[in-house]
Design a protein around this ligand. Structure first.
Ligand SMILES: [Zn+2]
Length: 365
């Protein structure tokens, strides 16, 4: 409250209570903190992507981007492994394979010449102006990042230990170690090639259903693993786990430090946040204390299409009785319109989300 910009922060909490944005990026998180604030500051793309560190150059955000990412299905790897030890080997091998694939793709892109993409290389990419028309773009393109991502850590841990990291401390420890193992491989590739390899907590809007359908057909329906139409996003605690807001934040925070290519933690609340910016502020503070890099608060935004009333609406508008209700929810980062436009897997996931009551103390909600 003593900060000169506290009023802007309060305004942000009020706006997100009404419109689901802005999200909150934590520049003071240990991995985002800069020695000289203002000279270099991290920024996140809307959904989670983080492009910041730049090998051989100062960290920066502008004039760069993520070139490609490849996501690994952790659940399938766990189903193919006999033991936890074997899982570690398979995860590292698969991460190496993904890195080699990203290099092959990068080398193809890098072999193109600047005059094929005049707008990108004259106006967008950092150092693009140093290229002449027939120069290959590699030296500029290498400012971009190559990301290895993953999906379904929760279901993977259920296969390996019988429980996921929202319920079991052992599962949480193994989960962190697995993601750390991926990060180590990715960092090694960065060292060897001088390219900006990073580890990404994949959003997986489409993969969530696609991987699951494939695994059901190969491994059958397995309780707690393949018995729902979707896999849990990246390192997230499953949306139906009855953990408190505080627990969810604390359990997910350590993964933010490992996933330097992008990460996000969501808190689901049960609505009526518009009138409660203090609750949003409390949640944002919990995130800051836990070491979250990027966080967002979800709540239902319903609107009557006839009289424009906005509040949580069950079936009919309480004001005019209309049944034409627009329902806006967030899907893996974005507001893409109403629920009926979502794919089947993501609709099922939304149905299962535990919505936290924010009228009482946060620790018990
Ligand atoms: Zn109405």
């Amino acid at each position: 409250p003593t900060d000169p910009n506290y009023d802007l922060f309060q305004l942000a909490t009020r706006v997100t209570g009404k419109r689901l944005f802005p999200n909150f990026a934590f520049l003071d998180a240990p991995f985002n903190r800069q020695e000289q604030p203002g000279k270099a500051e991290v920024a996140y793309m809307g959904c989670r992507t983080r492009v910041f560190e730049d090998r051989g150059d100062i960290p920066s955000v502008t004039g760069r981007g993520n070139l490609s990412f490849t996501s690994i299905n952790l659940v399938r790897l766990a189903l193919q492994s006999q033991t936890v030890d074997q899982m570690f080997e398979v995860v590292q091998d698969t991460t190496r394979l993904a890195c080699r694939q990203l290099i092959a793709r990068y080398e193809f892109q890098a072999s193109r010449t600047a005059d094929e993409f005049p707008f990108l290389y004259q106006h967008v990419w950092k150092d693009g102006e140093t290229l002449r028309n027939k120069d290959q773009v590699g030296p500029v393109l290498k400012h971009g990042t190559l990301a290895v991502g993953f999906i379904g850590l929760a279901e993977c841990l259920t296969v390996l230990t019988g429980s996921h990291h929202g319920y079991s401390e052992l599962a949480h420890r193994i989960g962190l170690a697995l993601i750390q193992a991926m990060r180590t491989v990715v960092d090694d590739f960065g060292e060897q090639t001088g390219l900006n390899f990073s580890l990404l907590a994949t959003p997986a809007e489409g993969l969530s259903g696609k991987f699951t359908r494939r695994d059901v057909s190969d491994f059958g329906e397995i309780e707690g693993v393949t018995d729902r139409p979707y896999y849990t996003n990246s390192f997230h605690i499953p949306v139906d786990a009855p953990v408190t807001i505080r627990e969810k934040i604390q359990l997910e925070a350590p993964f933010h430090a490992l996933c330097n290519g992008g990460h996000i933690t969501y808190v689901e609340t049960d609505g009526a946040l518009a009138g409660n910016p203090e609750a949003i502020e409390d949640i944002v503070r919990l995130m800051a204390e836990a070491g979250i890099g990027y966080g967002s608060i979800n709540h239902p935004v319903d609107r009557c299409l006839d009289c424009r009333t906005e509040q949580t609406i069950e079936d009919q508008c309480p004001v005019c009785g209309s049944g034409s209700i627009e329902r806006i929810r967030r899907i893996t980062g974005y507001l893409v319109g109403t629920l009926d436009r979502w794919n089947e897997a993501k609709r099922a996931e939304e149905q299962n989300r535990v919505k936290h009551d924010v009228t009482g103390p946060l620790a018990s909600s």
